[in-house]
Design a protein around this ligand. Structure first.
Ligand code: NAP
Ligand code: G4F
Length: 340
């Protein structure tokens, strides 16, 4: 039986990965932040009563990382912990760097001393490509345009690639494009849309306010992407892989698709900050642009070229865009309906 340690286990990806590794027979440990909330409660929301063992720690606390590694001696480490919100990173850049850059450095150093034979997966991101035109593959130059992306890129180059090449460490990055699910954080655009449209449909919210409707993302299903994480750590040599669907859609497309699954339809009028979405059946304005949700600098077009993952990992997503939007919209609609 292999042993895996997952940082960020209380997040979207952590919960899917824990389920997947348990299904493969792994002993799964989760590294969780000490807080006044019981981390088991958050996990139980996602996983029910699964046999995940929790250790307290924080990527800002080297001692906690060393102790966790010493106790668990994992074969595989999945570093999913991060301040993962791009918009927030402009408002809290130091916290973002402390966790997303220095946290990775602490982890890599601790592994060298406490679990030197462990393989490390790092949650890198398509945001690192930033303003590089699509499609983006492993050879596309990085041009990050946010503190989040800058910190993730430097962590990837310094600690994953750098330590792999200089120190012979078994470190690999998954450069993952956006992936979503009913467990997605509520402040990310997809979940914000599926919650708001469900509430509008049920008559408990009037309007959905969004930022840039023209931004395009390559959206896949988180449950598919955690399988790629595992495959990356099973390779004979450590290497970085772009993971995405190879198809992209605008934020406006996502709103239209979510509306459709809820038996609604939207007519768009105006442009830029004055664009509005009107409920075709009722004639009411239900979507408006609010500058508050624009970012100082924006990654507008992210589209994966996942050829390496197809060829070398034999990985392909199983859930397509339409199925993903349907899954998320129906899940939120049903959850909200039950509370009314
Ligand atoms: P998420 O839902 O925001 O989860 C983040 C996790 O990190 C949470 O469990 C959080 O714990 C934990 N965490 C935050 N700060 C920490 C710290 N200082 N020490 C220890 N744990 C800490 O993120 P996600 O969507 O699952 O994404 C997982 C990883 O993939 C992240 O690194 C993200 O940057 C990266 N990524 C995500 C996507 C995507 O589309 N989802 C794409 C590319 C890369 P609490 O519960 O205590 O807050
Ligand atoms: O859902 P988002 O906040 O995700 P974003 O910025 O693409 O970041 C996510 O994916 C990255 C991978 O590419 C991860 F590394 C990262 O951790 C995170 O999981 O925003 C998607 C797009 C952006 O262009 C944003 O400007 O939607 C646009 N948007 C428009 N209105 C909005 C809103 N985003 C949010 N969060 N809220 C809005 O109201």
């Amino acid at each position: 039986m292999k042993t895996a340690l997952i940082t960020g286990i209380t997040g979207q990806d952590g919960s899917y990965l824990a389920e997947y590794l348990l299904s493969l027979g792994y002993a799964v440990y989760g590294f969780v932040r000490p807080s006044s909330f019981d981390p088991n409660e958050k996990l139980e929301d996602f996983l029910g009563k699964t046999p995940v063992k929790l250790v307290y720690g924080d990527l800002r606390d080297l001692t906690s990382i060393e102790r966790a590694l010493r106790e668990i001696k994992p074969d595989e480490i999945y570093n999913l912990a991060a301040q993962s919100h791009v918009g927030v990173s402009f408002k809290a850049p130091e916290t973002t760097w402390e966790i997303n850059y220095h946290g990775v450095g602490r982890l890599v150093h601790a592994i060298m001393h406490e679990a030197p034979n462990a393989r490390l997966y790092q949650a890198s991101t398509s945001e690192m490509f930033g303003s590089s035109p699509p499609p983006q593959s492993e050879t596309t130059p990085f041009h990050p345009v946010s503190p989040y992306a800058e910190a993730k890129m430097r962590a990837h180059l310094d600690f994953i690639v750098g330590y792999r090449e200089r120190e012979n460490r078994w470190n690999a990055s998954g450069i993952l494009f956006n992936h979503e699910s009913p467990r997605r954080g509520k402040t990310f655009v997809t979940r914000k849309i599926t919650i708001a449209l469900s509430k509008i449909k049920l008559g408990v919210q009037d309007i959905l306010e969004l930022g840039n409707l023209d931004a395009k993302r390559d959206w896949g299903f988180a449950g598919d992407y955690v399988k790629a994480m595992h495959k990356i750590l099973q390779q004979p040599v450590p290497k970085d892989y772009v993971i995405g669907t190879g198809e992209y859609h605008s934020v406006r497309d996502f709103v239209n698709a979510a509306a459709k699954t809820l038996d609604m339809s939207i007519t768009w009028e105006g442009t830029g900050a004055n664009e509005i979405g009107i409920d075709t059946k009722t004639g009411k304005v239900i979507v408006r642009v609010n500058r508050e949700f624009f970012r100082p600098t924006e990654t507008s077009d992210l589209l994966a070229d996942p050829t390496r993952a197809h060829n070398e990992l034999d990985w392909k997503p199983e859930v397509n865009f339409g199925q993903l939007v349907e899954m998320m919209s129906q899940s939120d609609f049903q959850k909200i309906q039950k509370t009314l």
